[in-house]
Design a protein around this ligand. Sequence first.
Ligand code: TRP
Ligand code: SF4
Length: 430
Amino acid sequence: MIIDPWGSQKYEYEKLFENFGIQKFDENTWKDLPSPPFFFRRKIVFGHRDFERIKHAIKRGDKWAILTGLMPSGKMHFGHKIVIDQVIYYQSIGAEIHIAVADIEAYATRGYTLEEAKRIAMEEYILNYIALGLKPCRIYFQSENEDVKDLAYLLAKKANWSQVAAIYGFGGATNMAHVFAPFIQTGDILHVQMEKYSGICPTLVPVGVDQDPHIRFCRDLADAHRLYSIVKQDGKTGIFVKGDENVKELLDEAEIVIREYGKILERKDDYKAIYAMVNDLFALDIKLAEIERKHGSYGFILPSSTYHRFISGLDGNKMSSSRPQYALFLSDTPEEAKKKIWAAKTGGAATAEEQRKHGGKPEECIIYELFTYGLIKEDKELQEIYEGCRGGKILCGECKKLANQLMTEFLMEMKEKREGARDIIKEYIS
Ligand code: TRP
Ligand code: SF4
């Protein structure tokens, strides 16, 4: 099984935990966060890597950053909205926000010119982000950021062809700009930690689960450029110098910061190691990264990630701009949306009579899914629909009517806010 970020697979989410080591994102993960949003409570965000690091920063009031990206291809649909909902939430609880417009990726993998990609990003995506409530933050274009491109190239030194081919399934006919796209994405994710942006800090990348190969790749590449490695074994921690240069100096400097965060048990120069009891590994990691920078190295903290489930298209397959009849776009007119909603797949029974008797299946219903993805705000109301449906008390016609009404309100509001967004879009682009 491989995850193809450019494909259109449907996922068996359960398998992702075993096969790829994605961690479960459940109530224990989010319960301490300020006003947990609907995409946590309703299990839309279902997996993560290293989210504990982010929680640690939030709890201590330390600096942390969000970096996510959008590939400007086609129109923005309801499925794309969920990422921005997350960014807006994280912005409200203090993250520094960076958003990449993946124009190089759109060029390399989808056949757009950079000009087309730019136009789509500005006219479709960014206006909608602002309309959804994103406050001023940093949005940049891959093709215009020299730091991203330089990093992509320079970090690439520690990856080789076999590794990249194995992760992505690239073959002899893959164009080399496409092969390079994951490196650019790594540049996106890590450049945030350069001094002139957010500096060394935990970075969270909220994405759809199709992006996990990029996350793994980026974490491996960041790690490969670290000078220290931290290994935890039965409550003890080993801090190792990886290379053969400046070993004594690096151990000396590590010793000082380890003392700040714990107790040294033993230093073994011939193993290039210090063993210690450390009470705050995340904080120590940042201090070690700072030492690495003084030695001219990159010192990037491995990025954390969260993964959300994709919203289904109105026919039950993946929602995608390439199948417009089954996608709800943020720029649809209420009439267009209405038509599509009436034709949507539900979990209703064949006849009204049967449904009254046996109930419907909200788990298999696209209308119910739309409610879950934010059309209905109150959990209690959602729960009532769920139970009403299961008990045969409400029928699909009523639900569709409600969906139409809510969708119409939403689309009209978006339209109006997009107009206002034009005046302030400049505050976002850098
Ligand atoms: N590859 C992402 C997509 O297809 C877009 C993207 C580019 C991205 N750079 C990123 C996502 C960095 C997250 C982080 O949508
Ligand atoms: Fe879906 Fe509503 Fe029909 Fe139940 S009654 S299957 S929730 S549309």
